[in-house]
Design a protein. Structure first.
Length: 386
């Protein structure tokens, strides 16, 4: 359905043309200005030509998309009939695998690439997407042209706007209210052209963008489905994989031959090798015993002396540990005695502070008492002298 969506463009085009003609009074014979009608008709003719060119490209793209759909279904059916076996052998010499010319040319180039021989005699490996891809669809669908149509339509609408305003302002003149009112009709006529061209220019631009994007997205989706099915059902095996498989087989055969020779050698000479190893071990033991007998005795004496010295050192270390333990205990006792002395000194210092305060109080009392007695003595002396 999306592949024929461009038919909507022509339906809307006919509706817009009829609407513009109606607004300009063509059906009633009451048009005010033939210039406005000519400008609108000229713009609509240009838009119609753009639509026709795009429709031709969309139709060609639709044929490519339909054939990709048909081939996809055909490959799936043949793959199931063949018991899920690769189908490339059936199509590698088929120059008419596609009916559509663009697809046929691309597929034939792919066949020649795969059938071509490399230096080692194997076919060149590649993917069909290198030949049948989105670039092919863009070329068939004239993407270079259709991608610029929405901008062209918008630009034509803006151009019509300025053209209509220029026409209206060019015909507008007058110095007083009477002459100005006579030219209002020409100004409104120009503004009518401006608004009409802007409306259908932007309208067609939006509709064309929706139609164009829908058609292209459907074509890309169909292409992805075809390539996925082709890779699953008819993708040829690459020559590199065949070379790797042959190399691995040769390597495995060589390894198997080498292992076989080693097993035969080990099987025939196992007893002789065991006896030879036994003789070597015995000879080595005798030579070691004769050569190192005296050295081993000396080494034993040295180790014995070292053991005795180690025992003496251990006894000395034990005595030292005991002495250190006694010293630690004595130090602990001294610390406890010092702590007790410090506590007693603190108590004694407190007592001295208390006695100091008592002596100070007694001295103060005695000073007060003496002062009182001296005062009393002075009073008595004065009485006596009188």
């Amino acid at each position: 359905m999306k592949r024929k969506l461009y038919y909507v463009l022509f339906l809307l085009y006919v509706i817009v043309v009829a609407f513009v003609l109606y607004l300009n009074g063509v059906f009633t014979g009451e048009w005010d200005s033939s210039v406005n009608l000519v400008i609108n008709i000229g713009f609509l003719i240009i838009i119609g030509i753009l639509f026709v060119i795009s429709a031709v490209s969309f139709g060609r793209l639709g044929r490519v998309t339909r054939e990709l759909d048909d081939v996809t279904l055909y490959l799936q059916e043949e793959y199931n009939k063949a018991g899920e076996q690769n189908l490339w052998a059936d199509y590698k010499d088929n120059a008419a695998f596609f009916e559509e010319r663009n697809l046929q040319n691309a597929f034939n180039k792919y066949r020649m690439r795969v059938k071509g021989k490399t230096r080692r005699g194997a076919g060149s490996s590649c993917d069909l997407e290198e030949y049948i891809n989105e670039d092919l669809l863009d070329r068939v669908g004239m993407n270079f042209f259709n991608s610029g149509v929405p901008g062209t339509l918008t630009g034509m609408g803006i151009l019509g706007t300025f053209l209509g305003l220029s026409m209206g302002l060019g015909a507008f003149s007058g110095d007083d209210i009477f002459t100005i009112s006579d030219n209002v009709g020409a100004l409104l006529s120009g503004m009518k052209v401006a608004f009409h061209t802007s409306v259908y220019g932007i309208f067609f631009s939006l509709v064309f963008s929706i139609v164009y994007r829908s058609i292209m997205s459907d074509a890309y989706k169909t292409l992805d489905e075809f390539l996925s099915v082709f890779r699953q059902t008819a993708q040829p095996f690459s020559g590199k994989e065949d070379e790797n498989s042959a190399t691995m087989l040769i390597y495995q055969a060589g390894m198997a031959n080498s292992l076989k020779q080693m097993l035969e050698m080990m099987k025939g000479n196992a007893m002789e090798q065991t006896a030879g190893v036994g003789r070597i071990v015995d000879k080595f033991t005798e030579q070691m015993q004769s050569a190192l007998d005296m050295d081993f005795k000396k080494l034993g004496n040295v180790l014995k002396s070292a053991g005795e010295s180690q025992a003496v050192s251990a006894a000395n270390v034990a005595e030292m540990v005991e002495a250190v333990t006694v010293l630690v205990e004595a130090n602990r006792s001294v610390q406890e005695a010092l702590t007790s002395v410090m506590e007693r000194q603190e108590v004694f210092a407190k007592q001295l502070d208390d006695q100091k305060e008592m002596l100070a109080d007694m001295c103060s009392d005695m000073s007060d008492e003496i002062s009182s007695q001296l005062y009393t003595f002075g009073q008595m002396r004065n009485l006596y002298e009188k």
